[in-house]
Design a protein around this ligand. Structure first.
Ligand code: ZN
Length: 318
């Protein structure tokens, strides 16, 4: 259950967060779509080059997600949320997917390691106050959770855009740190997202393995009121979990969730403040050698993105 907080590793700070431009996605999109089916390594290398997918961040300790921050606003694209994608690049969705929007939240930010005082500031998550954000964890070799989450999120975006869905990322490491958890929730709310997924990887002890999807508990307090999203979020989460298991071959976490791969939490600002169906997925344990071998594999990350995408598309009726 936790995102644990592994201490920010010093060295990780050095790896720079990539600042990719959202508009490069267009080319990545076309290439990504062509390559998608087989997920060939060669193809993905190409996608990474064109999209800049890949590097970035690690994730903090726990999933704290409060709300946020007054001023963290960073950078980014002119239009609404940071990383909204250019509508013109995507094919038109048909049927139940037409007009649907998905918000993807890459957990943490590689820059958080260098901005601990900022991310430690508390924000209001309705039911409590929590840190703006956390650094995220890393593998024992130093691969940051934030790099992992951004890479998977970009791959996920490519898959969803190929379906004609509008996709918005809460950030692309195109800001120094953050966003704070309340801001991450706000981006999904303001986009009137039909589904929101926050991508993470856990940082617990060796031997703890597998994925789990975190569902919002029913909470009410301050700006938090999840009564309307508990049901649909469970549907979304169950679909993501089962599809993730299918595409990656990973098993549900062996250290929480009683083997279901599902966990309900009431302490995450990113869920408490959401007014849209939303879940978190912890794709694996970065601190376990076997899971780390998967998480650091581009091919595996593609499978992970595909499984999450399939779950979202199924939830949306596509
Ligand atoms: Zn995380």
């Amino acid at each position: 259950m936790r995102y644990d907080d592994s201490p920010p590793s010093p060295e990780s700070a050095s790896s720079v967060s990539p600042e990719r431009r959202w508009f490069t996605r267009r080319s990545g999109l076309a290439v990504g779509a062509a390559v998608l089916a087989p997920t060939l390594l060669a193809g993905w290398v190409l996608v990474q080059v064109t999209t800049g997918a890949g590097a970035d961040d690690a994730r903090p300790p726990r999933i704290v997600m409060p709300a946020d921050s007054p001023s963290s606003s960073p950078t980014t694209s002119p239009a609404s949320s940071p990383t909204a994608s250019p509508a013109s690049a995507a094919p038109q969705a048909k049927g139940p997917l037409a007009g649907k929007t998905v918000v993807i939240d890459p957990g943490h930010n590689t820059g958080n390691f260098q901005h601990t005082s900022e991310i430690d500031k508390k924000v209001d998550i309705g039911t409590a106050r929590k840190e703006c954000d956390t650094t995220g964890t890393t593998t024992n070799a130093g691969y940051k959770e934030a790099e992992f989450t951004l890479d998977v999120s970009r791959r996920l975006r490519t898959v969803l855009e190929a379906k004609g869905l509008k996709v918005v990322l809460t950030h692309e490491a195109d800001r120094a740190w953050g966003p704070c958890i309340n801001e991450r929730a706000r981006i999904g709310n303001e986009a009137a997202a039909d589904a929101v997924v926050s991508v993470h990887a856990d940082g617990v002890s060796e031997g703890s393995r597998g994925y789990h999807v975190i569902l919002p508990a029913k909470v009410k307090g301050g700006a938090a009121d999840t009564a309307k999203i508990v049901g649909p979020s469970r549907d979304l989460g169950e679909r993501i979990g089962s599809n993730f298991a299918r595409t990656t071959g990973s098993a549900p976490a062996n250290y929480l969730g009683s083997g279901t791969g599902l966990v309900v939490r009431d302490d995450l600002g990113g869920l408490n403040l959401s007014t849209r169906p939303k879940v978190f997925i912890e794709c694996g344990n970065m601190r376990d050698a076997k899971d780390a071998a998967l998480l650091t594999s581009p091919e595996w990350r593609q499978k992970a993105a595909q499984g999450i995408a399939d779950g979202i598309v199924g939830f949306l009726g596509g």
